[in-house]
Design a protein around this ligand. Sequence first.
Ligand code: G6P
Length: 612
Amino acid sequence: MCGIVGYVGMKQAAPILLEGLSKLEYRGYDSAGIAVRDGEKDVTIVKAKGRLKGLFEKTEEGKAVPGTCGIGHTRWATHGEPSETNAHPHRSDDGNVTAVHNGIIENYQELKDKLLRKGYTFYSQTDTEVVTKLVDYYYKKYQMGPIDAIAKTMVRVRGSYALAVMFKEHPGEIYCARKESPMIIGVRDGESFVASDVPAILKYTRNVYYIDNLEMVKLSAGQVTFYNLDGEEVQKEMKEITWNAEAAEKGGFEHFMMKEIHEQPRAVQDTLNSVWKDGRIDLEEVGLSDEEIRKLSRIYIVACGSAWHVGMAAQYVIEDLAKVPVRVELASEFRYRKPILEKDSMVIVISQSGETADTLAALREAKNRGITTLAIVNVVGSSIAREADHVFYTMAGPEISVATTKAYSAQLIACDCLALQLAYVRGEITEETYINLIAELQTLPGKIQEIISDKERIQWFAAKFANVQDVFFIGRGIDYAICLEGSLKMKEISYIHSEAYAAGELKHGTISLIEDGTLVISCLTQNDLYEKMISNMVEVKSRGAYLMGLTTYGHYSIEDTAEFTVYVPKTDEHFTPSLAVVPLQLMGYYISVARGLDVDKPRNLAKSVTVE
Ligand code: G6P
């Protein structure tokens, strides 16, 4: 998400910044900007919405912005729509501080209110402008220099960030800080670089330093000095990058899909944090009032592909917790079937891109009928986000791999938050249950991480089945929804025929396809349905199926039936899809790799389907 580049040395900075930014394009962005300083002169800022081409043109490929010290940024909107005003770099009111930032400042609203009271004004909707002005505030208040001002800011802000800052009174210097968002420092004779990812500086140097969490660094031409939060100098060892440029973009992973699978704990955490306030869920930014929630009579969830699978899982959670009837529909069907929509119903559309043609058309259909609409969307400022009455942004960051993983997980958690809030506001769950379930949601990122850390076991199993013809996924209830997604992951990237079936439905036809050695993946995470699922597994096993089981720790009797079992940590049963889907994503991935296929760009598929 977003990209930072900075340079200070003896060369012209702007062309190096632009070149670096273009190497970060793969991260996804909707606007870009640079700030360059020519000696003691004031900073020149140039920004452009859209592709980098616009910034290249505006700056005459950098030639129109002279100076040997500068910072640049590609922005992927999280707070505030994509626009030139919201693009970075941002400046404090008198130009004392100029900054670019990656990540999310969770308490930006509270900090903004504080700064407004101190007389600051704001021109953008970004959290970055807030953090820039907070640095300015501490710089002027304590007058103890840039490192002290940044350290005080770091203590005050909550969230994740990588910051690169220039101060008017410190020409030829760039100051950086980070917490959780990635950032590296590069050096070579008389030149220093900063970037959020290796590819941006690989052309210039392979000698890098890694900044640890809650550390700061001062860059001047060829000199870098690191500091801890107390402002004390920290010694660092220089490392040499040995990867090639393409591998660097993937952060060392072989494919974007694997990188994105690994980004799931963060995507889930960030999405959760975006509506989490003091142990409760706060939908103020989504704009859904308690009154609207109370009068809801029915919910329609409309989406395509994996987003539709999220809806399938969400219906169980919403109905069970909030007791609101839910109907889940494919957008391509909904838009033409002339649905009967009750006056007090709400249509929830789910979309990563926010541009899927059928989902957009379904949203418009609902709006034309005067029904309240809520969009769960990943891309800020997308068509669906702009047109829906309410928007719940998932915080997955840009997703490159066609087969979705982290956006799916972020959508699931968004639905869980929504279900919980609906249940609480409508008085269907007690205060205690509400608080406990929210606390349980907070454990999911760590549990997802645990599953990913054990991925080699799945890799081993997947390698044995790389040449199968067919795979069947079976499950009941919410596990059936997980099966739908597992099956799609399998077929879309490995080109193996696969189907997901509600386990009880198998005997009405599909069971005739089971032969000796057919792989059947059974998902059984629900206590009440466990025995029934075991019976369904025995049915296929007795017809020759080879069984993989997917369940939670504790259900060890599964080993009497399944040949291979994957366990996921226990959580509240409403939330198991967030965990159970991960091994299935890994299965699809490893089988595709074993078959030598193009994992990130499967044939015939598009990441965003903007045509009918
Ligand atoms: C495409 C993608 C899927 C995605 C679907 C819906 O088919 O390959 O991964 O689930 O579109 O996309 P959306 O952007 O609306 O979530």
